[in-house]
Write a new protein. Structure first.
Length: 389
């Protein structure tokens, strides 16, 4: 059982749910003349997890920690929680399964002595919270809580991950002006391909650059991240495709020198293709992203009717899914689209919606940015009215 169950992780993450993973493994083994033991059926696995945790509560004694480290039962349980959490993001709303399983993994790990795995679950929980647009200020407090725990439960790797993701949240809130701390992550030489922390660094540098408006920097780090071929980065690559596509559109709009328009268009088409596939499996998590990419593509092609329809579809989809940050982003993009064509009243309306979303998200950086655009439009309208008198 314990030798077979961990092998489900790649299938879980690829296919999105336990049942499909089970069926795939069953089919492959059948071709080899073997079968999966009944104890590994999805229903039995769930019972196994519950029975395992109950067993450890009942037999807690002096040598319990040593025994549970030897038989690997708890480690398997924690891997199952983590794998289901990753897989569920491809087919279920974040709050339904993903967060719950990672929270269980964290609590189980710390309560039973497997601190490193428990804290790994905590890190992934923070990662998914950011992806899903959770309150930045609440997320920052949660990260600081974990960093406090890490003073007792030592894990250099998790601490580096937490410090790196904390820097991202700090930048998103206020560019780090009042929320940054002196301690920084130490990831070693990022030019060494064997450095297993490169993906985390490149991903977060690309995300910070995109939201901060650094188009060329975002392009640089997103491409470095996309070039990593480790299986572990498969999920976040789907997320990165969204930003990579939007950033490619920004390059095309700005007509930046040194960038091939052909390659940017190829990157955009690839991003749309990836989002379309992801949305087919999880409308909740990816439809708003697909609609925003298509809206921006249509705006670049001057297809006004389709552009505004897809902007509105993206806004509504993000609202339903609770992705307040991406709802704000879609409103912001729609605002700039209307501003470009001189529809200042429409632009004003969408920018106001974007500001409200960013306020709820907790990003003072984006609120200030949008307020600056509102001030420009309002000044433009004031001058227009003065000249019309």
């Amino acid at each position: 059982m314990f030798d077979i169950l961990p092998r489900f992780s790649p299938a879980l993450r690829t296919q999105g749910n336990v049942e499909d993973a089970y069926n795939t493994c069953s089919f492959v083994l059948l071709q080899l003349g073997e079968t999966i033991p009944e104890s590994v059926a999805p229903e039995a696995s769930k019972t196994m997890v519950e029975d395992t945790l109950k067993m450890y509560e009942e037999v807690y004694d002096g040598d319990w920690l040593e025994r549970k480290m030897e038989d690997k039962t708890l480690l398997t349980t924690l891997h199952l929680y983590s794998s289901i959490a990753f897989a569920s993001y491809f087919c279920k709303p974040y709050s339904m399964v993903c967060a719950d399983n990672l929270r269980r993994g964290f609590e189980t790990g710390l309560s039973t002595g497997d601190n490193d795995m428990g804290l790994q679950c905590a890190f992934h929980g923070i990662k998914f919270a950011i992806v899903s647009g959770a309150s930045l200020k609440s997320t920052l407090k949660e990260i600081d809580y974990y960093l406090h725990l890490l003073k007792t439960f030592k894990s250099a790797e998790v601490k580096n991950f937490m410090l790196n993701i904390r820097e991202t949240v700090s930048v998103l809130i206020d560019k780090g002006d009042a929320t940054s701390i002196q301690e920084k992550a130490a990831f070693g030489d990022l030019n060494v391909t064997g450095n297993k922390q490169r993906d985390v660094v490149f991903y977060h540098r690309a995300i910070r650059a995109y939201w901060s408006g650094y188009t060329e920097r975002c392009r640089y780090y997103s491409e470095k991240y996309m070039s990593i071929t480790w299986p572990e980065v498969r999920f976040m690559k789907v997320q990165m495709q969204f930003y990579h596509g939007l950033n490619s559109l920004d390059i095309l709009k700005k007509k930046l020198r040194g960038f091939s328009s052909v390659k940017c268009k190829e990157a955009l088409h690839n991003s749309i293709s990836v989002m379309r596939s992801a949305a087919a499996h999880s409308d909740w998590n990816y439809s708003n992203k697909l609609c925003l990419l298509v809206a921006e593509q249509q705006s670049l092609s001057c297809d006004h009717l389709n552009a505004i329809n897809f902007y509105d579809a993206s806004i509504e989809s993000a609202r339903k899914s609770g992705f307040i940050h991406e709802q704000g982003l879609a409103c912001e993009k729609a605002g700039f689209y209307y501003k470009k064509y001189g529809a200042v009243h429409k632009a004003l309306d969408y920018f106001k919606q974007a500001r409200e979303c960013y306020e709820e998200w907790g990003s003072s950086m984006k609120v200030d940015y949008i307020q600056n655009e509102l001030n420009k439009i309002q000044m433009q309208m004031l001058l227009h009215n003065e000249l019309a008198r």
